[in-house]
Structures are given as C-alpha cells and as structure tokens.
Design a protein around this ligand. Structure first.
Ligand SMILES: Nc1nc2c(c(=O)[nH]1)N[C@H]1C(S)=C(S)[C@@H](COP(=O)(O)OP(=O)(O)OC[C@H]3O[C@@H](n4cnc5c(=O)[nH]c(N)nc54)[C@H](O)[C@@H]3O)O[C@H]1N2
Ligand SMILES: Nc1nc2c(c(=O)[nH]1)N[C@H]1C(S)=C(S)[C@@H](COP(=O)(O)OP(=O)(O)OC[C@H]3O[C@@H](n4cnc5c(=O)[nH]c(N)nc54)[C@H](O)[C@@H]3O)O[C@H]1N2
Ligand SMILES: [Mo]
Length: 762
C-alpha cells in the first residue's frame, strides 16, 4: 500500500532545515500569529475576534482543552489558539461555484493544506449517485435523503455517528440522544484515537476517567512530570502554568524522546521579562526511547518501595486495593531491562527517583506520547501506581493530569458520546425521554472502519472532524468509506473526508465557535468542559460565514424530526429554538449538572464538575478503592536495522488542518515530508542529512505499507527512534495495530525501515 504525495497541488513540499530552537513563544510567536490572522481575517476582524477569545463574555478557544484560569488577561490566547481562530474566522469562502468548478476526483488529488485554505463552506451540497461533483441542495432535501437512507437500513447498527471534539455539550447531548432514539450506540469519536487509553486506565484504577487536578493544583505542586507531551506547540497556555509553578518552587521532569523547545525554556509573551530571557522549565530531561515509559515507572515504583518511609502507608491502607500483588510485580523490575527499554542511564533514573522522593505533591501530565502505543493502558496504570504509592491522589497540588486535545472532547464524553455507555447513564436518559436505548455496545473508530470495510455498516455521519484524514491505514480506511451508501459531514471547512465519499455524499455547513448563533428563542450560547472538568459558556460574536449555515444543535434537531418523525416524543423544535431547554434536560440526566442554567447564570466563569477521588478521596471503582495494578512490563522490540517511528504534530497544524508548512521550534520550514532520525542511526544507514527515503512499515502479519519521499533530517531524538508528521504517515499505521483494552491506534509505535529514494523532482 502506497500513499502518494498529492499531485496537482500548487504547494511544493521542499523542506529547509536549520538547528532546532531551545525556547518557545516570545516575540516571533506574536508576529507570526498576527500575520496569519490578518491574512485570513483582515485587520478589523482580527482585533475584534482575538479580543474575545477565552473572555467571560466571549467564546471558548477552539484550539486545545487547556483551562483558562481565573485571571483572564485581555489577550488570553496563544499563538496556536490564534491560528485556530483565524482558520475558522477566515473571510475566504467555499461556495456552490467552487464545487461546480472542482469535481470530487480533483479534490481527492489536493493536499489537506490546499483544501483547508479554500475557506468556510457556505451552503449544503450533495454529491448525487453517479455524479462527479457536489451540487447545491436544500436543507429539506438533505434531511430527506438522510432519512431515506437511515430508514432503509436493516438494523440501526448499520449506521455510524462519529463526533470530533469541538462539538458543544448541547449539540453532543442531542446527537447521542438522536442516535439512541434511532437505536444504536455506534458513537465512535476522536477520543477513541486520543485519550481512550487514559480513560480506560483511570476508570479502572481511580474510578473516574478524567484528570484529578485543577490549575491551582499545578501552581502548588512540588514536582510536575510531563511525559509524552509537547505543550509548546499543542497546549501553549500550559507553559504559563508551568512557569508559575516553577516560580513557586516546583521542579519539572520531562520524559520525551525529543527535546521539545517549549519544555526547555518559555518566553512568556505576556510579561516583559519573559519576552527577553524566558524561564527555564525542565530540571531533568529524560530522553526516553519510544514506548519505554512503563518500564521507567515500574522501576521507579520498585525503588520507592525499597526506600524506607517513602510509601504513604496510611493512604495505601485506607484507600487502595491490590497493593501486595503490585508490590510483588514491581519487586521484579530489573535495571538491565529498564535501561534497555528506556535508553536512559542509571544516573538519570537515580536523579528522577531523588526528585520523586523529595516531592510531597506530585502531578503527572501526559498526552499522546503515552496513549498511542500497544501497551498504553498498562503504562498509564503504572503512572497511577506511582502516584498512589505516595498518596498523590486527592491531595492539593497532586494528581493525574491527562492533557486533553480538542477543546470539548472531554465534554462530549460527559454528554454521552461513547460507544460503551454506562448502564446508569442510559437508565437516566431513558427515564427522562421515555425511550428504550439499546444496551449492547456500539463500534469505536477502528471497529467502525472494519464494519464499513466488511459491509456491516452502510451510513456514515460525522459531526465535525476529518475521519478518513485522522484515522490509521489510509488506504484501507478510504476503500472502506467508499463502500458506504451515504456519507454525511457536518463541517466548517473542507478536508479529505469530503473527497472520499460513499455512493451519495452530503456536506452540511455549520457554525463554528466564533460565529454568532441566533435561533427562534433569541441569541444562543453553548457550553464546553475543559481538560480539568470546568464547565463554562461560549458565545460567538462574528456574523456567520453565510445565511445558509445551521448550528450543530439545529442540524441534529432537524435530522431527528426527518428520521424519527411522529415516533419521537422528544421536543426537537423546542431544543432548536432555545438551547436552555437542552441544558434543562442535561441537568436531569448527567450527574454534576444539577441546576445547570441557574449555575451558569450565577457564575459566568463556569463551575467545576465533581470528581470523587479529588474532592473526597472516594474511588468509585469495582472494589470501592483505588486499585494498584500489576501488568507484565512491555516495550516495543524493534528488529535489527529497523526504527520505531512516532507520528506527531508540527507547530503549524491542528490535527489534519494544516496552517502552514513550518515547524519553527524544530527548525523545519517549507515542507512536511520529513523524517527526524538520530545522527548515528542515519550514519549507520549511510543516509546523509538531506537524503530522501521511503518509509516502509512492517507489520507482524508480514504486510508492508509505504509512504514515499521523505527528507531525512538528522535530529537529536532518542536512539533507534524516528518521528514524522501525521496525517501524511497514517498510511503506515496498520488498522489492527491498536492499544490493548482501549483499541486506540498505536500511532506512536510504528516499526519502519528506511529505503533510499530519489529526491522528488522540483
Ligand atoms: N496547535 C495544536 N494544538 C493541538 C493539536 C494540534 O494538532 N495543534 N492537537 C490537539 C489534540 S487533538 C491533541 S490530542 C493534543 C496532542 O498533544 P501532544 O500529545 O503533545 O501531541 P503530539 O504532537 O502527538 O506529541 C506527542 C509528544 O509525545 C512524545 N512522545 C512520542 N512517543 C513517546 C513515548 O513513547 N514516550 C514519551 N514519554 N514521549 C513520547 C513526542 O516526542 C511528542 O513530544 O494537542 C491538542 N492541541
Ligand atoms: N497518525 C496519527 N493519527 C492520529 C493522531 C496522531 O497523533 N497520529 N492523533 C489522533 C488524535 S489525538 C485525534 S483527536 C484525531 C483528530 O481527528 P478529528 O477530530 O476527526 O480531526 P480534525 O483534523 O481535528 O478535524 C478537522 C475538521 O473539523 C471540522 N471542524 C472544525 N471546527 C468545527 C466545528 O466547530 N464544527 C464542525 N462540525 N466541524 C468543525 C473542519 O471541517 C476540519 O476540517 O486524530 C487522530 N489521528
Ligand atoms: Mo486528540
């Protein structure tokens, strides 16, 4: 299987390379932000929009899920948040004339970057059966087509309802309600590819699948371990929190195969001192081999157990279960194996241990570097073991901090976007709406692709996102999608998923976070939940991209009426007219949202959802205690001559949305087809810096996948490891290569060989 660089694209991929930087943000970031914003929005709209990001009366930044904090600066946004806003608030438009001029086959040849640059979609369009391009369609006809296809299915489980993580609480609640009234739990979401491993590990060990810390906790921690995360690019506002924690005396360990600029030094653009010198953040950098984290934490646990007085015995006795079995397993941890798995030295691990023992309040933060491996769930459980040993859950300044991705991915899950809903949630939903939700589990992302491939699923409906762009095994996934009878995308911007369609396809244009939303009941706002369980309102203030856009709640409500008709007793019209009516229902179904509307009115900054382990050291697990766990230590075994490839984000992208072709902190400009390789690994293969290679992934069943034409960049990554950008490398990730338990694609551990190839002709 081979992925081709898109042809017919005016953008040349010609990467230029300079040495990586050692500090993030500061002046270049501010200049870069304003330039991108003005290009997309013009000066007036730029000022008007950026001033409203993350303000109490403004909209939630559609960038990441990092919380805003109380002291909202006038400009509480970051470079990459501003890019996300500019991308959405752009003045460029994709109109029916655009679709008339560009057949779908041509769109399929374009790069994701080019597609995204065309602007906001303004009208609903239909690709008719046998047609070669999208045509304008009325909303009524679009919903009639959806109803026609859905009611023709032999079972509701032949339909898939995907959600990406920007969808508001209100839209998500309605979407899952519709799916369950229709009769299926097939609600795959981007979380399946993202923090599912965190949710799986945390639910089992502490009873709540979410992080247990607040911003205040970070500010007062003694030690913050940041493992498998690149906040300088992906959560830039987190750097301010780390800076503040450092100023209050915290120490920081970063665990990463790459030296990420943001973690080394942070130049806070909001302070004069920060702009000039910046703050050093990391005290100890552990340059770990990809996938070595479980072994590292297991050995640390053994060493803590062996240190007299290091275990918080009262906490372990009162609040935990499974200690004996865990201690026995940890006792087996082996130095030689750990050094091999991690590539670290004894001294480095010794220093990490000292810092762990010196800390009374430890927080571990992580993201995709821990969640996207075969053994991600046991890895995160091992992190929890360390925190439990020292009583670091439910203590101020301590806890688990999985740093979520999309701005409302956590809220979507809270609202019931889950293929394996808890029975209690369904009971409450059924009682409120007088429906009978299916109790059998639905399909997650990977299972959905398999279902399409095998003809078990026939209609695919996406509430946002870029399903075929974001999922693994591109060739397999695209072929699977093309088998669908109908594909529907509720979208703001064009992407690859609009070019890889079923027999018929619809694009339904929708309002984004920045857009003003007026319904029959007046001007509306929506709500979101951030990475730390704070719920707050988000209000767009820009005139929508065109008069034909519908909001996400309106689209769900109208679809529901078209599909369910008189069978549904749910007041869909009322919900569309006034989202407060939706919130009244959320208040009665979802624990923690009691008096939702009243509480929002009383606290404009938002309110925190309850979290039993954090608030009261109560652990709603099966044992009623926090669970220690003891899985065998795993780490990737890489055959001779091969490298372990991680697929990650550049500084100029938001997942599959490409803002530009630079990765400034890593010193790469003007191109994305690069592979970062340790100088000695390149040397051993006779590859000069600037050589071109094909990346060939080798899967255990003997199949190979190829991504051609990547420029080799000699880069200070851990030995034996390589890195290249997603989504260009998704073609290399086998559909069956997933994490145990969570079924998350193992996008951070792909065994590859490099085959020298001719430089692409310019
Ligand atoms: N600007 C911007 N912001 C974003 C996004 C974006 O694309 N652009 N995406 C959003 C989303 S949905 C998400 S989920 C988050 C993603 O945020 P991140 O998880 O920071 O994103 P990645 O680029 O995948 O980076 C993974 C990090 O883990 C490291 N890593 C890889 N493998 C390992 C390993 O085995 N062990 C350890 N210890 N480290 C490892 C990599 O070197 C890298 O630093 O960001 C969110 N915010
Ligand atoms: N190889 C590899 N693959 C990965 C990852 C990786 O690290 N490596 N990371 C995974 C992760 S963590 C994630 S979260 C997924 C992301 O998967 P997705 O969430 O599916 O992908 P995005 O690229 O974020 O989706 C972008 C599209 O969302 C639409 N959009 C933007 N805003 C809105 C809105 O407000 N409403 C609606 N309806 N649509 C909107 C636009 O049309 C835009 O083109 O990718 C995963 N895939
Ligand atoms: Mo994500």
């Amino acid at each position: 299987m081979v992925s081709k660089p898109p042809a017919g694209d005016p953008v040349q991929d010609a990467p230029q390379v300079t040495p990586p930087q050692h500090a993030a943000a500061g002046l270049p970031a501010v200049g870069h932000t304003l330039r991108i914003a003005r290009e997309q929005m013009g000066s007036v709209r730029t000022a008007r929009t950026l001033l409203k990001v993350n303000q109490k009366d403004g909209f939630d930044c559609p960038g990441c899920a990092w919380p805003e904090g109380d002291r909202r600066h006038v400009a509480e946004f970051c470079e990459n948040g501003a890019k996300a806003v500019a991308e959405e608030a752009t003045l460029r438009r994709v109109t029916p004339a655009f679709f008339a001029a560009h057949p779908v086959a041509e769109l399929a040849e374009r790069s994701g970057y080019w597609l995204g640059q065309q602007g906001r979609i303004t009208e609903p369009v239909l690709l008719p059966e046998g047609g070669d391009r999208y045509e304008p369609v009325t909303w009524e006809r679009a919903f009639a087509i959806i109803a026609e296809e859905l009611t023709a299915l032999s079972s509701p489980d032949e339909a898939l309802f995907y959600t990406s993580g920007r969808t508001s609480n209100e839209a998500a609640f309605l979407f899952q309600l519709f799916a369950r009234e229709f009769g299926t739990n097939n609600l795959p979401d981007c979380s399946n590819m993202c923090h599912e491993s965190s949710g799986s590990a945390l639910t089992e060990t502490i009873g709540v699948g979410k992080g247990s810390v607040s911003l205040e906790d970070l500010h007062r921690a003694d030690l913050i371990i940041v493992a498998g995360q690149n906040p300088g690019t992906n959560h830039p506002r987190m750097l301010s929190a780390l800076e503040r924690a450092k100023a209050a005396g915290a120490r920081i360990i970063s665990v990463n195969p790459l030296p990420e600029a943001g973690l080394e030094r942070f130049k806070n653009p909001q302070t004069a001192k920060g702009m000039l010198r910046g703050a050093a953040l990391t005290d100890l950098f552990l340059q770990i081999r990809i996938g070595g984290d479980q072994a590292l934490f297991r050995l640390l646990n053994k060493l803590v157990l062996e240190t007299p007085g290091a275990v918080d015995e009262e906490f372990v006795r009162e609040h935990t279960h499974g200690f004996e079995e865990f201690a026995a397993a940890a006792g087996e941890a082996d130095w030689a194996e750990t050094l091999a798995a991690t590539g670290l030295s004894r001294e480095e691990i010794g220093r990490a241990l000292e810092m762990v023992l010196a800390s009374e309040r430890t927080i571990v933060c992580w993201a995709m570097g821990l969640t996207q491996h075969k053994h991600s769930v046991p890895t995160i459980r091992e992190v929890v073991n360390l925190l439990l040993l020292r009583g670091n859950i439910g203590r101020p300044g301590a806890g688990v901090c999985p740093v979520r991705g999309h701005s409302n991915v956590q809220g979507d899950r809270t609202m019931g976007i889950f293929e394996r809903p808890a029975p209690a949630f369904l009971d409450a939903l059924d009682k409120e709406f007088g429906i009978v939700s299916p109790r059998h589990h639905g399909f997650d992302v990977v299972r959905s692709i398999q279902a399409l491939r095998d003809g078990e699923a026939k209609v695919f409906f996406a509430m946002g996102g870029n399903f075929v762009g974001a999922t693994p095994d591109t060739e397999v996934t695209e072929a699977a999608m093309r088998r669908a009878r109908l594909t529907v995308h509720v979208s703001t911007k064009l992407n690859r998923s609009h070019a890889v369609t079923g027999r018929r396809a619809l694009i339904l244009p929708t309002l984004g976070r920045t857009d003003k939303d007026v319904q029959r009941g007046g001007r509306q706002f929506v709500t979101v939940e951030d990475s730390m369980g704070l719920v707050h309102a988000s209000r767009g203030n820009l005139p929508p991209a065109g008069p034909h856009l519908l909001s996400e709640p309106a689209i769900v409500a109208r679809m529901a009426r078209a599909v369910l008709g008189a069978d549904s007793a749910t007041p869909w019209e009322e919900f569309e007219a006034d989202y407060a009516a939706v919130r009244d229902r959320i208040a009665r179904v979802v624990p923690g949202f009691e008096d939702f509307n009243a509480r929002l009115a009383a606290s404009p900054g938002g309110f925190a959802l309850p979290h039993a382990p954090r608030d009261e050291r109560r652990f709603p697990t099966k044992t009623g205690k926090a669970n220690f766990t003891a899985a065998p230590v795993e780490y990737p075994r890489v055959p001779e001559g091969r490298l372990l490839l991680q697929t990650l984000r550049s500084h100029d992208q938001y997942n599959t949305t490409i803002y530009g072709l630079d990765d400034r902190y890593r010193g790469i400009r003007g191109g994305r087809r690069v592979v970062l390789v340790h100088p000695e690994d390149a040397e051993a293969r006779g590859l000069a810096d600037g050589a071109y290679v094909d990346l060939v992934s080798e899967w255990t069943d003997g199949t190979e996948r190829r991504a051609p034409g990547f420029r080799v960049v000699r880069y200070p990554t851990a030995r034996g490891c390589a890195a290249a950008y997603y989504p260009e490398t998704n073609v290399l990730v086998p559909l069956e290569s997933t994490a145990d338990v969570s079924n998350t694609p193992a996008s951070k551990s792909v065994v590859v060989r490099l085959e020298e190839s001719p430089a692409p002709s310019a």
